[in-house]
Design a protein around this ligand. Sequence first.
Ligand SMILES: [Zn+2]
Ligand SMILES: [Zn+2]
Length: 601
Amino acid sequence: MDLAALANGVLVRPAGAAPPVAFAAEELARYLGRIFGRRPTSTTAAGPPGDWLVLARNAAATRLPSASGVEWLVEPAEGGLAFVGDRPRTLLAAVYATLAAVGCEWSPDGEERIPSAGDARRALPRLAGRPAFARRAWASDIGTWHLGVPERLAARLPDDVAFVDWIAKSGGTALHFIRHANDAVWAVAPLVPELERRGLAVERGGHAIVELLPRERFAAHPEWFPARADGTRTDLGNLCGARPEALAVVRDGAARASGGADFHVWGIDVFGGGWCACAACAPLHPSEQALRVVNAVAEGLPGGARAFHLAYHDTLLAPRRVRPGPRVWAEFAPRERCYAHALDAGECETNRFYRVALDAHLEAFDGRVEAFEYYGDAILFGGCAVPLVDVIARDLECYRRAGVAGVACLTFGTFSLLAHGANLEAFARGVHDPGSATGARGRHAARVSREAEAAVADYLAALERAMAGVVRHGDLLLPPRDPTAAERIRSTLARLAASAPALRDRLAGASGPRVDVERACFDYTVQVLAAVETWLRADAGDTAADEAHAAFAAARAQLHAVAGASAGTFGAHDLEILHFAVAGMLRWPDEPMPRPFLGRC
Ligand SMILES: [Zn+2]
Ligand SMILES: [Zn+2]
């Protein structure tokens, strides 16, 4: 076969195919046209059934290979090329995988590199999709879209559409819109058609039990709501799961909200969890109270849809006294784990705790467990540049080997590309083949600077090693209060500050606007961590938190002056909110953060 010749031929798809199949055909024709200067004639055939395309010299042959045991298959056949997917989305993935094999490269910010006809690979081997994880999702908090401020939404939508396009091009499966208390919708409406036309799943739900049991029902039915330790009922928190009527209201609300897809049933995102202390609920652990709600929700979802139980903060212990229903899956979200080490690193006491918790969930849920990871979390990492390429590769291999079936990665829009761009690339690769995640460093470096790719990759690797010392205790800007841990972190931060000039020098040979942004992100990181180090000093005075807040603001302003629009909505608005929240917690006299486990490593 010769793709250049086939670009002059015919592209056949099944008549009456799902819209993503027609979209896949259009994408294949469009890119062949851009590469070879001519595009195939599109046509349809009455059969065979399924999600497929055939690119041929003429419309005669539509014999398809069997794609059993794989998500998709691309096979040279009779001088042409046959594409078969096990569903519309995977057929589109097959088209993009083929174009990548031809030489196309895509970025999450919408940039692309298309080979010339002379550079393009024209003869392809058989390609097959055998990803390490069945579900490969991205997740974002609805609040970060600022839906109440239309101009902010309008400003970021083109970047969001580019990111959705990249999800499809990199073989992802879904975008999860995370709803919190106070959000008014279950999804960001303008992105839904963008996801659907590519066959990507629109997943809804989040910390939203509070929305599913409307608070106005409290006046008539206070007994549906959580009891405090003294027995009085409160409309704060989740619900009283001992009340079948309350569970029924939540079940029916979730069925309406889910859109028929997998649904995430998480408790409210507050310290302490918001669970019930009535006589009937008190014997149950928060994770058991939570699972009782998820079981009820699963019964109301349409066939095939799953309900996700969150293992996070106070629900990290696997439930024992409540058994999960057959369509209930655990979502393991080890937010306060150590990111210096992979989840299965034997030398890391912190991660040993989380690894044991993962195994307990695999047992309690009969293997129905997925992971929710924070590699792009600008809140957890305080907006700092934190490359985690090697950890992501090892984590994903650990999850795969443990039997975890799917993974999701939290992101904060354009800002995550800025501060965690290599991580997003590593996740997108690693969900197919964990070992390939390490190639992300080079790919991201090339995006920053083609000319100085090696220097940027070297800088990223050095920064990853340097930051490993400080990503061991959960929220980066909120170190633990106990004096031993605090002093250990302070001295690590001091060492990082001492090594900063040499680290920064690694970018000295690189230039260009993207290098400037990379450098500004580094400077921001060094400045805010220096402020935390000062706050941690034993002789810090009463105004230390205020001084840290002022230093955060100065670092943020400097970052924004260089990064501008590439800091996204998060950089323009949410980072300031985060800094206020962090400063408030630094002023708090007691340990404000729940730390399920903080060991030594
Ligand atoms: Zn109760
Ligand atoms: Zn560790």
